[in-house]
Each structure stands twice: as C-alpha cells, then as structure tokens.
Ligand binder design. Sequence first.
Ligand SMILES: Nc1nc2c(c(=O)[nH]1)N[C@H]1C(S)=C(S)[C@@H](COP(=O)(O)OP(=O)(O)OC[C@H]3O[C@@H](n4cnc5c(=O)[nH]c(N)nc54)[C@H](O)[C@@H]3O)O[C@H]1N2
Ligand SMILES: Nc1nc2c(c(=O)[nH]1)N[C@H]1C(S)=C(S)[C@@H](COP(=O)(O)OP(=O)(O)OC[C@H]3O[C@@H](n4cnc5c(=O)[nH]c(N)nc54)[C@H](O)[C@@H]3O)O[C@H]1N2
Ligand code: SF4
Ligand SMILES: [Mo]
Length: 816
Amino acid sequence: MTNLSRREFGKLVVTTALVSSSVAALKPLFEAKSAQVTQTGVEAVPITCAACGAACGLFFVRNGQRMYLLPNPKHPQPGMCFRPASALQLWNHPLRLKKPLKRVGERGEGKFQEVDWETALNEIAQRLREIVQRYGPESVAFTRHDHMSWILPFIASVIGTPNIISHEGTCHAASTAVRKFVLGASGPSSVDPDYENANYILLIGRNLDAAMGHIRRLTVAREKGVKVVVVDPRAPNLAYSSVEWIPINPGTDAAFVLSLIYVIISEGLYDAAFLKKYTNAPFLIKPDGQPLTQKDLGQEGTAYLVYDNAAKSLAPHDKAQDPALDYEGEVQTPAGVIKVKTAFRLLAERAAKYTPENAEKITGIPADTIRRIAREFATSRGVAEDGWYTAKNGNDFDAYRAILILNALVGNIDKRGGLCFQESSKFPSAVTVFQDRIETIIGHVLPPIKAQRLDRLKYPETPATFDALLDAIIEEKPYPVKALFIVATSPFHRDVNTEKLKKALQKLELIVAIDILPQDHIDWSDYVLPDLMFLEREEIGSIKWSLHAGIRYSHKVLDPPPGVDARSAFWALMEIIRRAFPEKAKIVEYDEKYADYNAFEHYEKKFFEAALRKLAETWKLDFEEIKEALERDGFYILKKKTYETRPYKTPLGTPSGKVEIYTLRALKYGIDPLPDWIPPVYKIPQASDEFYLVNGKDNFVSAHMVMVKNAKWIADRTVWMNPADAERLGIKDGDVVELEGLDNGFKAMAVVKVTNRVKPGVLFTYAFVGGRTSKLISGEYQFLKEGINPQWFTTGKVEPVVGSAPTNSSVRVRRL
Ligand SMILES: Nc1nc2c(c(=O)[nH]1)N[C@H]1C(S)=C(S)[C@@H](COP(=O)(O)OP(=O)(O)OC[C@H]3O[C@@H](n4cnc5c(=O)[nH]c(N)nc54)[C@H](O)[C@@H]3O)O[C@H]1N2
Ligand SMILES: Nc1nc2c(c(=O)[nH]1)N[C@H]1C(S)=C(S)[C@@H](COP(=O)(O)OP(=O)(O)OC[C@H]3O[C@@H](n4cnc5c(=O)[nH]c(N)nc54)[C@H](O)[C@@H]3O)O[C@H]1N2
Ligand code: SF4
Ligand SMILES: [Mo]
C-alpha cells in the first residue's frame, strides 16, 4: 500500500484549503485554493458525481466528523438526487473490493485468493503478452461505461487494439444513430430539449427521475407553467406530480408518433416555412427511393431538386423561391420519364397508415388522446425528448426517427424552448487517429492500428455494440478475441442474453475486472483489481447536460479507507502494459519509475494538463484562469448557448446539410429512409398469462448505488402487475410467481406488487436492482440476491446497422 491510502480516516483531508496547506500527497491537479465557504462557514469542495452516468456537480462538505455530498447550486447541472446522498456509503462499503483477487475456482464459481499488486500485475502482464504474441494485439478488448472513457483510447492505442466496445448497444445506440441520420449530430447530450424555455414537453420512454441533471431544468420549466406528458408503460415517479401519464403498449412508440405526425399533417398544423427551407421535405424522390438531383437531368452539378411553386418548374433547393411540400409529378430525364414525389408526401403517405384509430389498436392509446396530444403539441410548438437509454424493443431506431421528425414538423429545432444543439466544449481526445499514425495528446506518435473494430464491422452505424464482441469471441470470427478487460461496467446487468454472455466469458483466456464492488461478472474474472471510487480521484471532462459549452472538474477528496488497497485503474493498466510490452510503454514515456504508485500522479497530471492547455488554446483563454475557476467552482462555462444557428446559418452534418425527415443516409444500407412501425423483436404476448416484461431506472438505481445499505429499504425487487391482470390470474400483492421467458424458456421466481403504476398486460421491474448472483455478496447484503435481473429473459436480437439491443422481453406468469 502507498502512504496515500494508509492515512487514517480521522486525518483524511477533505477540504482543499487543508489539502494545499498540509498534505503534499493530496495536492490537487493545480495548486490554487479551491474550497468555497458556505453560509454556515463550512467548507465545501466541488466534485463531480459518478453515482450514475449523468456527471452532475456536487459539493463535498465536511463538518467535523460528518461528511456530506450536496448539490453544487451554481453548476449548470446541479446534482439534485438521492444517490449522492448515499454515495459516501460506497466509500467504506463492507463489500468493497479490498485487495487484488486471483481466481482459484471455476469461472462463475466466485472462488478467489487475495494476491498483492505485484503478483496480480505480473501475472496479468505475462498472460497478456502470450495472448498478443499468439493472436495479435486486436485479440485484446476493453469494455467500459463512463469511468475511464477518456483515457482508455490511449491505453488501447498503446497496446494496438481498436476494440474498446462499450455500453452503447444497450444504452443509446439507436438514438445516437437517429441524431446522426436526421440532424447530423452525435451522442445523447449533443442534442437536447431546451427544458427551461419549453412550452410543452413530450417524454417518450424517458424517465427524468433517473437523470437529475434534467430534473433541475425541468423544475425551472415547470415554474413557468410548462406542460409535461410522459408516454411510458409504467408511471415513473415524475408522473406523481402534475404530469400527464399516457400508458402505452411496449414497443409501439413508432406507431404512436407516426399517428401524431398523421394528425399534424392532415390538419395542416405543421410549420411549412421551416420544412421548406431547412429540411429535405421538399426534395423530389425517385421511384427507386433516391433523391432527384441535377445529375439525373443530365445537368452540371449535384444539387437536390425541388418543384418551385413560384417558377412552376424544377429548381435546385437553394434556388427555389417556394419549394413545394406536397407535390408529385413526372420528370423528363435522359433515361426517360420518371415519377417523383416530395419527401413530405411520402412521409404523409407513410403516416396515413397510422390514423389515430389504427394506432389505438397497436399502442393501446385512445384515438381521441392521440388527436388531442398532436394538436396540443403542434399548437404550443412542443418539444419531444430525443432519447438517452433507447435500447428497448429492437425497433427503437424507427421510434426515435419518428420522434425527431415530429420536432422538425413543428419547426422546433434549435429554437428557444425547442430541440437544441448543445454548444460543444471541444474537449480534446486523448488520442487522434491518422491514416499512418496515432498521436497522443502529449505528442507521442504510435503506429496505426490495422484491424477494424469488431462491432463496427457488423453494425456500421453503432457507437458500440457489445453483443458483436460476444459473437466474435464465440465464433473467433472475423478474428479471435482472447482477453477482455471489464472496466467499471457490469455486463450481467448491462447486456442482453445472459447465456451468450456466459458462453463467451467461458471461452476467453483472460478476463480482468476493474471495479469497486462484487458485481456478477467479478465471479467470472481471472483477476479482479480494486479501483478508486470517484471521491478518491481527480477528474476533468465536459459538462454533459447543459446546452452551454462547459467543462467540469472534480477534486480528490478522500483516500480509500483503511483496509482497502485500491489503486487507480489508469495506473494498473499502464503497469500491465509496462510489464507486458516495455517497448510500447517506452514510446509513451512510461517506465519503471511509475511502478511507485505515488510517482504515477505526475504521469496522470500530464494528460489533464495537456487537455486543459489545448482547450485554453482552442478557446483563446488564459490557462491559469480556467484552472483556478475549475478548482474553485468545479465548472467553467466556455460558451453560452446561441439559438437558431444550425441549420439556419450552419449546415448540418447530414448528406444534404438539412434536417432530414427522409434520411438519405439510410439508402446506403438499404434501410427504409422513412420510419415505420415494426413489432418488437421478442415474442408478443398472446395468452392471458403472457406479459411484456419492461424495465427501467429510478432514483436509487445504478449498478453500484443499489448495493448500498439504504437500498435494502428503498429499492423494490418486485415485479409490478396491474390490478386487472392480478384479479384475472388470481394473484394478490406479495404473491410469488414463476416467470418463464417466452423466447428463451428461462425460469425465475418473483414477488408481485399489484399496482396501477403499470399498464395492463405489462410487467415492470427495476433494472440493475434484483437477481444478483455474485458469491462475494454475503452477510446482511444477501438482500441483493432477491428479485430478478430482466436481462435473463432477453433474446439478444440486435437491430441491424445501428446495433441497438432489446432489453425488454416477454414472459409467461405462473402462480405458485
Ligand atoms: N438513477 C439512475 N439514473 C441514471 C442512470 C442510472 O443508472 N440510474 N444512468 C444514466 C444513464 S447511463 C442513462 S442512459 C439515463 C437513462 O435515462 P432514462 O432513459 O430516462 O431512464 P430509464 O428509466 O432507463 O427510462 C426508460 C423508461 O422507459 C420506459 N419504457 C420501457 N419500455 C418502453 C417502451 O417500449 N416504450 C416506452 N414509451 N417506454 C418504455 C421505462 O418504463 C422507463 O420509465 O439515466 C442516467 N441516469
Ligand atoms: N435491462 C436493462 N438493461 C440496461 C439498462 C436498463 O435500463 N435496463 N440500462 C442500460 C444503460 S442506459 C446503460 S448506460 C448500461 C449501464 O450499465 P453499467 O455500465 O453496468 O452500469 P453502471 O451503473 O454505470 O455500472 C457501473 C459499474 O462500475 C462500477 N463502478 C462504480 N464506480 C466505479 C469506480 O469508480 N471505478 C470502477 N472501476 N468501477 C466503478 C460499479 O460497481 C458497476 O460495476 O446498462 C444498460 N442496460
Ligand atoms: S443524476 Fe444523481 S446520481 Fe446521477 S450524476 Fe447526477 S447527482 Fe449523481
Ligand atoms: Mo446509459
């Protein structure tokens, strides 16, 4: 152990005022004073919360022996939720991983021997070296969630593998692909409703209990009288307040939204001026689905053609005075006469399949409600949220395409109160990939990586799809994968198709888990390395959930408690690299001196500093000024949101530069350029004892927060059933039932909670909460084993091209 972590609890330095004066080993990234003094005179240190993936701003407050985590009220995303209130319980959690572990039993058995860091690192390095010698560096893969996401590309580049295949396939793969196809944007935070200024907010499959970065913003909106409508098979907590909850059949969102689109188009409630100018709605589409361009007419140029109502003739879109929206006609081309229709008319025809009466049959939402919501949404120029966790039914790409088109129909893109583009902080990456080399942010030059990332070969538009990695491990195609590092993520609760996951894990030659708690995958790992938790390290990154461009900084405020020999994951991975591939480590100036854990701090700081220097350069700001502000406040705003920039002044990153209601990018893959509704990919419940099984998060949920002691009382491990269903099946509240997966036949027992908070025909259970299997869970934490893990019942039928995996499923219920 280092002298860093040997410090006793009572002597822990918790305010940076103390840090800078008394303890050299705890000095922050930058030396300036950083604590703020609260009204009561108690010092508060700004940090970033990592109790879930939202990364809100908190204060670490210490008052005598008491420690608290409280919201940082000035932060654009103040952390106002329960989880940080209990996050300190993670720090000295009795189940916290305390020493490196080496597996001694079978995989999955959970039998380990404690080893020292030297032994663990040397043995992992040796096995890694052998694997790389035999199968090449691309046979090494990493999976992660948020933590380490910035630095892992550097680590993988040094090893020479492209395979960092993270969580997105079961999180935001579908909505991210949609943002790219329709708006030319990227991850969930690159586009977001301007909550504070919205008139009307439609949340479809979005539970704002979960992401509290938004709750604060939603509160501001509601003080101004915004109307909020939640469309969800279960009522999230948000629905307790003055919010309209519309229960929907799972996996039918595309039909619902297409029906809204139908009403808005057929009643002429759309923003024609916006559609004509800033979207590809007026583009003329040929019978083969391709857009008509000048080239088709044998003309010079490649401009997209429209029918100009003013000139009564075809014209390039940007030359037309009045592009026709609803038009069809014949066009003379050198190859003959062809029929063309506007993209808008094609959309109208598609939406016409979903009259409210038809949509009612699919979605279970009354036709009148659909008409009313469509009218309210259009007349109050509403905004429909664009999706964060969207991996639900295997048809989510179309649902979210319809949602973005809905926003475009009412012209509410990048306007005050609309669906807006976030100002980018331009936070630099740790590595930049060029054709012939990879450059690190420090300036090291690494050789290029020839192998293609496995999941992208299968799902070309995915941000990452872990299921593709499982396929590659099992089939050894297109190339073998033999080593997996599981860094701060929990595949058994995160990923679909548990049996396939087990099969793949069995096949690997080396599994290393870096975590803080005994998640289920720990039992399957060959080595387990105990990591620092967020209070024990410094962090820097972009602010996620604000439309302004901003960066955040988190102080280190604690050392691991006595008895916990945890070390930084970055250090552990660099040490493995140095021991396995000293020549590779040398290129990035990493050598024996950093084997001393205390010395590593200097290595890590170089990266943070380089990132901040680059930012200062990009934004033409004073480096010292930003770092001081970060230390003092925990955040720094680089640029305030300016509305009506994209697509108004700057073209979008879509093929046409416009908002694409007809997604031209889809043509490349032979996908329908317009959204449609297809049923979910799992078996649809038919018999009276068959149900949809949906799941989601809540205030207390995240893989680690549900393991704190308080969760025993807060987190419910039941399966929710509507009273009408319970009565029909003769089931009472608290009864035990058997659930059997309709697709995979998997059976498990569950306790039923009878509640109106779930739609008839649907069961709901929390994700991540129940069905823990790790043998390392002991004593009073046995409660974690109760309940089910919804992943047990999932099929793993991943959506083509975009790689989104369905986490909903269907089950038969048998009363016991
Ligand atoms: N407490 C907590 N908060 C978190 C996280 C966490 O782990 N815990 N993680 C963060 C992360 S990584 C993410 S991605 C976000 C996710 O934030 P959200 O996407 O808002 O969270 P979920 O609860 O997963 O939302 C899913 C909602 O969809 C509903 N649902 C399920 N199936 C369907 C369906 O077919 N149709 C419709 N319309 N609704 C359906 C569920 O009932 C649930 O209410 O939360 C972030 N915040
Ligand atoms: N059925 C179902 N499946 C889902 C979802 C769902 O709602 N329902 N949600 C999906 C979504 S949106 C996402 S993002 C994924 C999330 O899936 P995960 O990535 O598994 O979820 P997290 O809650 O972020 O888990 C964090 C992991 O990191 C560990 N950890 C926490 N802090 C630290 C740390 O400081 N260091 C290290 N090394 N480890 C740490 C925790 O113990 C845990 O193993 O799951 C997806 N899968
Ligand atoms: S939403 Fe809550 S748990 Fe998640 S980062 Fe924000 S404060 Fe932490
Ligand atoms: Mo997520």
